[in-house]
Design a protein around this ligand. Structure first.
Ligand SMILES: NC(=O)c1ccc[n+]([C@@H]2O[C@H](COP(=O)([O-])OP(=O)(O)OC[C@H]3O[C@@H](n4cnc5c(N)ncnc54)[C@H](OP(=O)(O)O)[C@@H]3O)[C@@H](O)[C@H]2O)c1
Length: 330
């Protein structure tokens, strides 16, 4: 099968297409023919061994992914496709089923086929959704869900989402609205209409206004893009409020510190732990019309280097999808 592989950590150019052996499903696994996948920030960070996050994170990253070279040669966490074969013990899926999901830190989805345990984060594709859209659901969706659950966000609470137009941000806006929270979304001018359409009650253009100086306070501030430090916005949190982080080693220390001292908490837990139930939850929201995938650009698998360069601009709106086959799947 064709797959995008890399044999050393480095820039997007270390990625290349290669013919590799097609995986064979074990007893409890399904073999999925992937029609669409996505390039995520997790792919980029892993490919360069998190070198932008400082020495400690880089060493930890290499310790996990391979000290000298990557142990898993195929990146890609997102997938949507068709079940090609099933192991003898599989009961939930049958050959021909349309599925979507996330392989998480096992990666392997930038390829024509992937094997996944049936108990893994895989579910039947939502009705009426294309493969491309389905491949753009789980990255932001699962990460935002993990963060928002830490904050136990409830109906009527106020949340400000900084970086509301990214993969996690667009998911965060929709998930916060699904529990009927009051959502203020922060992004640039070009993305205001989008985040409004996703359900934000209020929008702030950070090129025009600074939310930390307008006197408003929130139950939760969600830095969905790792660009707004706790110390810069703690004055905009209500007493007892929570700051949710997606990035930054310092936030782990702040989470420990603020759990004991002060009345405002930093919430940050890594690695995120998401489950098959979470994928099923997103599927239900989609089918209820409460969640949709936001796709910025689509590239064929062959253009993975260009797609990756674009993701690394940190300016994508929602998700960047790689199409592996021309079948739309709706
Ligand atoms: N996605 C993952 O797999 C994953 C997993 C764990 C953690 N993380 C971390 O979570 C964070 C978000 O990931 P993501 O995939 O959601 O990001 P993303 O999609 O790459 O975010 C892109 C968006 O960020 C906004 N942005 C860029 N610079 C900004 C700035 N200085 N201030 C405010 N907004 C800015 C841009 O919108 P505007 O033009 O509107 O500003 C753009 O739409 C990253 O720090 C990432 O490392 C990601």
């Amino acid at each position: 099968m064709r797959a995008v592989v890399y044999d050393r950590y480095g820039p997007p150019e270390v990625l290349r297409l290669e013919d590799v052996e097609r995986p064979v499903p074990k007893e409890d696994e399904v073999l999925v023919k992937i029609h669409a996948t996505a390039v995520t920030r997790a792919d980029c960070a892993t490919r360069e061994a998190n070198r932008r996050s400082g020495l400690a994170v880089m060493l930890l990253s290499r310790f996990i992914s391979g000290l000298r070279r990557p142990k898993q040669r195929i990146l890609g966490t997102e997938l949507a496709g068709v079940v090609e074969a099933v192991g003898a013990a599989v009961t939930e899926f049958a050959v021909g089923d349309h599925v979507f999901g996330s392989s998480g830190f096992r990666f392997g989805a930038h390829a024509e086929f992937i094997c996944m345990r049936e108990s893994a984060r895989i579910a039947h594709k939502p009705t009426g959704m294309s493969f491309e859209e389905a491949a753009a659901v789980c990255d932001g969706g699962l990460n935002a869900l993990w963060c928002l659950r830490l904050a136990e966000l409830r109906q009527g609470q106020s949340i400000l989402i900084y970086g509301a137009s990214g993969s996690i941000g667009t998911a965060g806006v929709q998930l916060a609205k699904s529990v009927e929270a009051d959502v203020t979304a922060v992004c640039t001018t070009k993305n205001l209409a989008l985040v409004r359409a996703l359900g934000a009650d209020r929008v702030i253009d950070y090129t025009q206004d600074d939310f930390t100086t307008n006197g408003q306070t929130y139950d939760v501030i969600f830095d969905a893009v790792g660009k707004h430090a706790f110390r810069r916005c703690s004055g905009s949190l209500k007493r007892g409020g929570s700051y949710l982080a997606t990035d930054g080693l310092q936030n782990l220390l702040l989470a420990l510190w603020t759990a004991r001292i002060g009345n405002k908490r930093v919430l940050f837990q890594i690695p995120p732990r998401y489950t098959k139930q979470d994928v099923l939850f997103l599927k239900e929201l989609i089918e209820a019309g409460k969640y949709r995938a936001v796709i910025d650009r689509r590239y064929p698998l062959e253009e993975v280097v260009e797609a990756t360069r674009y993701v690394e601009t940190e300016q994508k709106t929602g998700n960047v999808v790689l199409t592996v086959s021309g079948d739309r799947g709706t």
